[in-house]
Design a protein around this ligand. Structure first.
Ligand SMILES: Cc1ncc(COP(=O)(O)O)c(C=O)c1O
Length: 447
């Protein structure tokens, strides 16, 4: 067991160590007062260091800071750079595109092939592009409500699908409640969002029986509340219950694209009616896509015919701009390949084995979960079955101290829970350094 006092001691010592080694980062933040709270985007304050590390450049799975520190990067832009920073083919193609124009509100020649590549990889026949995964999720929810005429959506407790207000409902002591953290929402979303625990077939059957739920929006494995794996048979039951009740099934594969080539739905089934994937699909260029079946496409076309012309609430000016299309086309043809996945899965297996060995050696009651190239250590003995269990097992102060310890030793983890990503260019040496630093961190916390 790791005590609170040990965590506080390590956190204080590591903060001092960070201050001593990152003077340029402190200088940068002092000079950046024009940004609200000194950063251009508030999540950048969520790192455990006294001030955020300031990136100078990143290549492959290595990031260099303005303090000349190099990091083995297992955060990879919180999945945006899952396939490595600036793959050469992408860097070349976007440099060329930059010379040929960036945004026209017209299709570009490259786009036709890209739609085919998306179908070849993810299986669904029809596609649309957005600028972020959040926006894609908002779009699919809107389409599902529009084509079904049903008002409600269903999500799982503890899920995160981006800046999607409809998904900001959680269970508090078993009762659906709007998340207290949500800013500026004046409508009570609990009337139109049903939330139940992941892996709860009975609650799912009961909720869908009502017949007023347009869609289930789900990650096939939960990845934003620690990681919560689907219980055997749960996803098949989810598919069957959606079919029985005429509810559309959306998989948000933005993170579970780590599962395997084509994402979790292709690697393990079942096939959803619609899917969303963002972040890594453009290699760091802002873009996302949503795909859907022919049946859904037909209903969307019918809806379009029946409604008056005008703004639909779906799409923004920059959606599917030339840069985004080029980025995704290169990523799908040259970077997100079967051999890339082979390397990622090999690396992830090495990481899991290393961490498990150290956990056993330290006598800790922790465990490791893996979703393909996405690995997480959870500070509880058994895998949580749902979001409530996962949240209860979290120890934010322990995570922060641990992450800072690792950062001070040249290892970058995403600031949110204990998620580690293995890219196609992550070396075994980087994985071994992470495992070594993990063991050192555990020792420091047990002293
Ligand atoms: C599963 C999932 N879906 C969607 C999103 C939203 O992505 P973005 O912030 O790029 O819009 C996230 C972000 O973390 C996510 O984890």
């Amino acid at each position: 067991m790791i005590s609170d006092s040990a965590i506080a001691r390590v956190a204080a010592r590591e903060a001092e160590r960070f201050r001593a080694a990152n003077s340029s980062a402190f200088g940068h933040h002092a000079a950046a007062k024009g940004w609200f709270q000194s950063v251009p985007f508030h999540w950048m304050r969520d790192w455990p260091s006294p001030v955020p590390i300031v990136s100078a450049s990143a290549q492959g799975a290595t990031l260099t800071s303005i303090d000349n520190q190099t990091f083995d990067d297992f955060c990879l832009g919180d999945t945006a750079s899952l396939f490595g920073h600036s793959p050469p083919a992408l860097a070349d193609a976007i440099a060329k595109q930059a010379r040929e124009g960036l945004s026209f509100m017209l299709p570009t020649e490259r786009g036709a092939a890209l739609a085919g590549r998306l179908t070849a990889m993810f299986g669904l026949p029809q596609w649309q592009v957005t600028t972020t995964a959040s926006e894609a999720n908002r779009a699919v929810i809107r389409w599902c409500r529009g084509i079904s005429g049903r008002p409600k959506i269903l999500t799982f407790n503890g899920a995160y699908h981006g800046a999607v207000d409809d998904a900001f409902v959680e269970l508090k002591s078993g009762a659906p409640t709007m998340r207290a953290s949500l800013v500026g929402q004046v409508h009570d979303l609990t009337g139109t969002t049903t939330v139940i625990e992941f892996n709860d077939e009975h609650a799912l059957a009961a909720a869908l029986r009502s017949g007023d739920i347009a869609c289930v929006l789900a990650e096939p494995v939960m990845t934003n509340v620690g990681m919560v794996r689907d219980a055997p048979g749960f996803l098949a039951t989810l598919r069957a219950l959606c079919d029985e009740s005429g509810t559309l099934l959306i998989f948000d594969e933005t993170h579970t694209i780590s599962s395997g080539y084509g994402g979790h739905g292709v690697a393990h089934g079942p096939t959803p009616d619609l899917m969303v994937v963002g972040k890594s699909i453009g290699g760091g260029v802002p873009c996302a896509v949503y795909g859907f079946s022919e049946a859904v496409a037909a209903r969307m076309a019918q809806l379009n015919q029946s409604r008056p012309a005008g703004h639909s609430g779906i799409g923004t000016t920059l959606s599917a701009n030339a840069l985004a299309i080029t980025a995704m086309d290169v990523m799908l043809s040259d970077v997100i390949t079967l051999s890339a996945y082979a390397h990622m899965l090999h690396g992830a297996a090495r990481l899991v084995a290393g961490l498990e060995q150290e956990i056993v050696a330290a006598g800790l009651d922790w465990h490791v979960t893996q979703v393909g190239a996405r690995v997480e250590f959870l500070t509880c003995p058994t895998p949580p079955r749902n979001g409530s269990q996962a949240k209860a097992a979290m120890r934010p102060e322990l995570e922060a101290a641990f992450h800072l310890f690792l950062a001070n030793r040249g290892i970058l983890l995403a600031p949110f829970h204990n998620m580690m990503l293995v890219s196609p260019v992550t070396g075994d040496d980087q994985i071994d350094r992470l495992v070594g630093a993990f063991a050192d961190g555990v020792r420091a916390l047990k002293e």
